[in-house]
Every structure is written in structure tokens, then in C-alpha cells.
Design a protein around this ligand. Structure first.
Ligand code: FAD
Length: 279
């Protein structure tokens, strides 16, 4: 069972627990992205196990009266086995989701995976318009050109700052430069799209920018944040009429995800320490 210390960031070990969390978020006007924890599967058997779980999740989401999408990682659905397996699984999951009227998001992993992930997104979105969304990372210097390529593709785009350490030859490494690129990319999306924009950030300055541009351009957009991070802000934004969607991880492989959240921010580490000490 999930220890209480982890359940700030992870909904539970089962889809049923994630559905309970989804219901309570939906009651607060917040949609969710359900992510079965798992990545870097090198064995096709592990890939197929998670694919089966995702197909079942799609059917369960479709049957339940919930505001929920599904979110997958490339290396979870085959990319560490082969590009062909990844592309086949991405395509078949989105086709299955389209049959069940469920939306699928694909995360973006490190820069070695960007080309194949984007190529597959573009192909799949053209065959299943507005059923799939793809994450892009503003810390990569290539991203402006990638946005120009995908801006007319009928799929949603989640723009994030980028979570992977990348070399300075291909990525902005100074925080201020990443923020500048992120602002520019958000502005680019609002200038060139009239739907399918998601801003994945907890940064109040970036959320304000999205709100201002959304009003200026009259464009629908959503703000996406992680479960357990700025939960009050998520509720406040939803109460003010902003479309908010929360990334909700669940499953047995919660330990490494939990440590990543704790490591990335002092406040999270203090939270963990207080939970351990029972204060
Ligand atoms: P930061 O630059 O980390 O922080 C800026 C400001 O935001 C802080 O100064 C503070 O005011 C506020 N803030 C940030 N965190 C907290 C906190 N814990 N508590 C209180 N205030 C806080 N990255 C990828 O590479 N690939 C993906 O597919 C991907 N998907 C994502 C999906 C979602 C829904 C989200 C939210 C993020 C995703 N990321 C992904 C991670 C992303 O790239 C960033 O690493 C991460 O969001 C941190 O950047 P930030 O914009 O939230 O703010």
C-alpha cells in the first residue's frame, strides 16, 4: 500500500484509487491526466503489460462519467525496445482511445527521443484529429522550429520548460534563458493556434502570461500542473474559470517518481521530512 508520505504526489497503486482522486478533483472543477507510472521498459513483455493496462484504462475512463485523459511516456510504450514498437503502440493506443472518445497525451523524454516522438505525433494526429496531444520542451534550442512544424497539426500541444538535463550545445541551461524561451514559445502558440494549447507549469508568471494571452486572443487553453504541487492555486484558478488539468500518476512504481518530486524542490523535501517526523 502507498505510504501516506507519497500520496501527496501519487494517487495510489491502482486505477481505482486514481479514479477516486479524479472524482474529488472533478468536484473542484479540475480535470485530470491519468499516468500509470512506468518508464524505460527494455523488455517487450513489460511494454505489453503497460499497453494492456492503458487500453483497459481507456475503456474505464470512457465508461466513467469523469473529466479525465490518459498520459503516456514514450519509453513506457516501447521506445527503449525499438522506434517501430513505440510508433505502433502510440498509433494503436490513440486509435483505441478515438474509438472510446478518450484523449491521449504523450510526454516528451530526453532529446535523443525528440525526433521519433514528434514524427509519430504528427502522423497519428493527422489520422486521429484532436484525439492526441504532445509535450514539447522550451529548454531545447530546436523547439521553436519544432513548434513551427507542428503548429498546424490537428493535435494539442503542451509546452513545458523541460525536465531533462541536456548539454549546452543543444539546450538553454541558464534558468533565465529557459524562462525567456518559454515565454516566447507560449506567445508563439497563442499567436498561431486557436485551440489545443496547454501550458504545463507551476510558475505564477507563466500562468499569468497564458491568462493574459488567452483573453487577448480569445483562445481556449488549459493550465496543467502536477498532483501535489500548488494545489490551492489549482483550485483557485479553476474557481476563476481557468481550465485546469492535473497530472495524476498512479501505480506500483511510485518510489522513483516520489523521490524526483522531493529532490527537485526544497519545500517538497521539507514536506517529506515533516511527514517522516509526523509533524
Ligand atoms: P519552475 O521553473 O520549476 O519554478 C518557477 C516558479 O514556479 C517557482 O519560482 C515557484 O514560484 C513556482 N513553483 C514551482 N514549483 C513549485 C512548487 N512545488 N511549489 C510551489 N511553487 C512552485 N517535462 C518534460 O521534460 N517532459 C514532459 O513531458 C513534462 N510533462 C509535464 C506535465 C505537466 C502537467 C507539468 C506541470 C510539467 C511537466 N514537465 C515535463 C516538467 C516541466 O518541464 C518542468 O520541469 C516543471 O514543470 C518545473 O517547471 P515550472 O514551469 O513548473 O516552474
Amino acid at each position: 500500500m502507498l505510504p501516506p508520505i507519497a500520496n501527496r504526489f501519487v494517487a495510489g497503486e491502482t486505477a481505482a484509487a486514481a479514479f477516486d482522486h479524479t472524482r474529488s478533483m472533478n468536484d473542484d472543477g479540475i480535470g485530470v491526466l491519468l499516468n500509470l507510472l512506468g518508464e524505460h521498459h527494455g523488455d517487450p513483455v513489460d511494454v505489453e503489460t503497460d499497453m494492456r493496462a492503458y487500453r483497459q484504462l481507456v475503456r474505464d475512463v470512457s465508461r466513467a462519467d469523469l473529466d479525465a485523459c490518459v498520459s503516456v511516456k514514450p519509453s513506457q510504450i516501447g521506445l527503449d525496445v525499438s522506434e517501430e514498437l513505440f510508433a505502433r503502440n502510440y498509433r494503436s493506443l490513440v486509435a483505441h482511445a478515438a474509438d472510446h472518445d478518450v484523449f491521449v497525451w504523450c510526454d516528451m523524454e530526453d532529446s535523443d527521443t525528440t525526433d521519433v516522438t514528434l514524427d509519430t505525433f504528427v502522423d497519428v494526429a493527422r489520422d486521429h484529429p484532436w484525439t492526441v496531444g504532445q509535450c514539447l520542451q522550451s529548454n531545447l534550442k530546436r523547439t521553436r522550429a519544432d513548434l513551427e512544424r507542428v503548429v498546424d497539426v490537428p493535435g494539442a500541444i503542451r509546452i513545458v520548460k523541460g525536465a531533462y538535463d541536456e548539454p549546452a550545445s543543444i539546450a538553454y541551461t541558464e534558468k533565465s534563458r529557459v524562462n525567456e524561451a518559454y515565454r516566447d514559445d507560449i506567445a508563439f502558440l497563442f499567436e498561431h493556434r486557436d485551440r489545443g494549447i496547454a501550458v504545463g507549469s507551476h510558475d505564477p508568471a507563466m500562468v499569468s502570461l497564458a491568462r493574459r494571452l488567452g483573453e487577448e486572443h480569445g483562445t481556449d487553453y488549459e493550465v496543467q500542473m502536477l498532483m501535489g504541487v500548488r494545489m490551492d492555486a489549482q483550485r483557485d484558478l479553476a474557481a476563476q474559470g481557468v481550465d485546469v488539468r492535473q497530472y495524476v500518476p498512479y501505480g506500483g512504481k511510485w518510489l522513483s517518481y516520489f523521490y524526483r518530486r522531493v529532490r527537485e524542490r526544497k519545500g517538497n523535501a521539507l514536506f517529506a521530512l515533516r511527514a517522516i517526523l509526523g509533524r
